[in-house]
Design a protein around this ligand. Structure first.
Ligand code: PEP
Ligand code: MG
Length: 555
């Protein structure tokens, strides 16, 4: 009998194959007895750190993307960090053997990074992976990482570290299943960029035997053990459809009856243009990503240059630039907001202009200068807007700087609830479903364990999107969606049915969304939107929309 293990869908598609588990970190570090020769122990620790550094540098050199190479370089640098080394030597000096000393030193180093918060804290998790590798070298055991295999396999893991994902060969790894992680985790992002199905947050995956055939259904977020013949046939048909649909997916986005739905990309800088050649422009340019590492406010000239580079990369196309969304999960060192108990509810996004209004002035000046000599069609919008007056003030300021199209992100429920009034003072809306679902459900978007509440199929979120669109329609204001929900090929149909006019997502999501749209008419989309709106919960919403659709996804 087939048995379904439930997880969270993280990358679409379905595939069958033999499961292979990742080699996990050693948890038993051996006895804690004091070493007889502390110097020999220190030397062993030094050599193990060096060996891991060399390996990480090699993997960085072989990495397929700059993002992965940067993460690996940062990990390699951790192995030769002087503070870390002093902690190792001190722990051995206290009488610990090298394995325990390394684990202790990495533990304290991680705690100090976590205390800094934001992106630095997120990177602290990468230290666990480095520490586990050093310990494995010291114990003469295989390093945690990918299994050896001569045939393609489904990779099952607790979660994936950047060093592992950089090694993934899409020709060998058919799908990913992790026990931890959420839909926005590293695993999910990598799976989408490799176009392989993924299911995350599936704790029962631990029970899967080595070599056992499983079906990974990344549309529904389930793993099927002991699949029967009809399940395997269904998977084969879906895989065939997917391959054909992706191959045929080209050109501007539209429904089967010709209703245009421009498909745009979310970017953090000009380098992202390389993977976005088939997009119709940029729906979200996250400008804070350009200045994460700066220690002081970039000058107007520096900003102008950075924006110009992006506009040039998308010349002739639309670029929706978002003003700095500093604070909470994206702290900027040079925009000091003080310590806050709840940064996600604090002075972030447009709110930073309450404390440092000149930063927004400078940014709009730079955008206006860069927009003057480009053929890109530049629109600007502000993040974390809560009231009509905030929206009006921002739009007025942008217009005063000579930027004709100014709008707001709709990601705070208070703004969404007043959409009809807000629409009278803006040129456009862009719904940020990542934050909107976080604030509607009062669930921190970075916590994988809350992914069911953050699910974009939650009827409360869908109902709110409908009322935003209705409010916007009354004032003939266009509404786009730029949260990750737009990259869900079924949800994209619901959004179009609700009246959303453009969809913006990470570039990897475009082909499948384009294929999904072209297989459905606008009326199909409206029917699906109605089904989603009248469903009791996310599961039944997704299921009823999938069943009403013409593509073999999510059924
Ligand atoms: C969003 O909140 O949906 C969004 C697109 O912005 P970000 O993810 O950068 O907060
Ligand atoms: Mg947001």
């Amino acid at each position: 009998m087939p048995e379904e293990l439930t997880g969270v869908p993280a990358a679409p598609g379905a595939v069958a194959g033999p499961a292979k588990h990742m080699t996990e970190a050693i948890t038993d570090l051996g006895p804690k007895t004091a070493p007889e020769d502390a110097e020999a122990e220190t030397n062993a620790a030094r050599e193990a750190l060096k060996e891991v550094e060399t390996l990480l540098e090699k993997r960085s050199a072989e990495a397929s993307s700059k993002e992965v190479a940067d993460i690996l370089d940062a990990q390699a640098m951790m192995t030769s960090d002087i503070v870390l080394w002093d902690l190792v030597v001190a722990a051995i000096g206290e009488g610990l053997p090298a394995t325990h000393a390394v684990a202790k030193a990495f533990g304290s180093f991680k705690a100090s990074l976590e205390a800094i918060g934001g992106y630095t804290a997120e990177r602290a998790g990468d230290l666990d992976d480095v520490s586990a590798r050093v310990v494995a070298v010291l114990m003469g055991s295989p390093m945690p990482g990918l299994p050896e295999s001569s045939e393609p396999y489904v990779l099952v893991a607790k979660d994936l570290a950047p060093a592992d994902t950089s090694q993934l060969n899409p020709a060998m790894v058919l799908a990913l299943v992790t026990r931890e992680g959420g839909p926005t985790s590293h695993t999910a992002i990598i799976a989408r960029s490799l176009a392989i199905p993924a299911v995350v947050a599936c704790p029962q995956a631990k029970e899967i035997s080595e070599g056992e055939t499983v079906v990974v259904d990344g549309d529904r977020g389930v793993v099927v053990r002991s699949p029967d013949r009809s399940t395997l046939e269904d998977v084969a048909q879906r895989a065939e459809w997917l391959a054909k649909a992706l191959a045929a997916s080209q050109g501007p986005g539209h429904t089967s009856d010709g209703h245009a739905v421009p498909l745009l990309v979310n970017i953090g800088g000009a380098k992202d243009a390389e993977s976005a050649t088939d997009s119709e422009g940029v729906g979200l340019f996250r400008t804070e990503f350009l200045f994460l590492d700066s220690s002081e406010e970039p000058t107007v000239e520096e900003q102008t240059e950075a924006y110009r580079e992006v506009f040039d990369a998308f010349s002739g196309r639309k670029v929706v630039l978002r003003t700095l969304d500093a604070g909470a999960d994206k702290p900027l060192r040079w925009l000091d907001l003080g310590t806050e108990m709840n940064p996600a509810l604090g002075v972030r996004g447009l709110r930073t202009s309450r404390v440092q209004p000149e930063v927004l002035e400078h940014q709009l000046e730079a955008v206006a200068r860069a927009a003057r000599d480009t053929t890109a069609e530049v629109w600007v919008m502000a993040p974390m807007v809560s009231t009509v007056s905030e929206a009006r003030d921002f739009v007025t300021l942008a217009h005063d700087h000579g930027l004709p199209k100014a709008g707001v992100m709709v990601e705070v429920p208070a703004l969404a609830l007043r959409a009809a009034d807000v629409a009278k003072v803006v040129d456009f809306f862009s719904i940020g479903t990542n934050d909107l679902s976080q604030y509607v459900s009062a669930s921190d978007r970075t916590i994988g364990a809350l992914s069911d509440l953050l699910d974009h199929w939650q009827p409360a979120l869908i109902g709110l999107i409908r009322s935003i669109v209705e409010g916007a329609n009354a004032a003939s204001v266009p509404v786009g969606v730029c949260g990750e929900s737009a990259s869900d090929p079924l949800f994209a149909l619901v959004l179009v049915g609700l009246g959303v006019s453009t969809l913006s997502m990470s570039a990897a999501g475009l082909p499948l969304v384009r294929a999904s749209l072209s297989a459905h008419s606008r009326d199909d989309c409206r029917t699906m939107a109605e089904l989603a709106l009248t469903s009791a919960d996310p599961q039944s919403a997704r299921k009823s929309v999938a069943e009403a659709g013409h593509i073999p996804i999510g059924r």
